[in-house]
Unconditional design. Structure first.
Length: 152
């Protein structure tokens, strides 16, 4: 979504990540990038789907503009979340950035087959990790036009 200075609406980001250190680093990188955003965190795949479908504790959750999704999650894997999101017409237009430690070719192929919008391998180095998040932010939140929320 190109950020229009006259548009003060925050970008809603759903980060689906079970590692507290990766949540911290992602939060830090987004703050340093000074993007007007609201970051919501789901610690596993079940919680992510509850957020997206506004179930349980998330009845008032906003529709995210973009999802950052780890593949290796407890209770329901990132692959299962991705498959469900992209098969639901109400959610399919939300861009999903897979952000994971896996460099396995089969994971890359599978997530693109499930219609992930991009696949990013998390760098192990702190500086590189922060750089990767800033690059994702720069592309997905500054350059790309994200789809508007569907009309109800």
């Amino acid at each position: 979504m190109s950020i229009d200075p006259s548009d003060s609406r925050s970008i809603h980001i759903l980060l689906v990540e079970d590692s507290p250190s990766d949540v911290y680093l992602t939060t830090r990188a987004l703050k340093e990038a000074k993007v007007l955003n609201e970051l919501y965190v789901a610690e596993d795949g079940v919680e992510a789907l509850d957020f997206l479908y506004q179930r349980g504790n998330y009845t008032n959750a906003p529709r995210p503009d973009i999802i950052f999704l780890d593949l290796n999650l407890p209770r329901k894997s990132g692959r299962e979340v991705l498959a469900e999101v992209k098969s639901d017409p109400a959610l399919a237009s939300i861009p999903v950035v897979v952000l994971t430690t896996s460099q396995a070719e089969e994971d890359i192929l599978e997530t693109y087959a499930l219609h992930a919008n991009c696949y990013v391998t998390k760098p192990v180095d702190l500086t590189q990790f922060l750089g990767a998040i800033k690059a994702i932010q720069g592309f997905w939140l500054d350059v790309v036009r994200l789809p508007p929320e569907p009309r109800k």
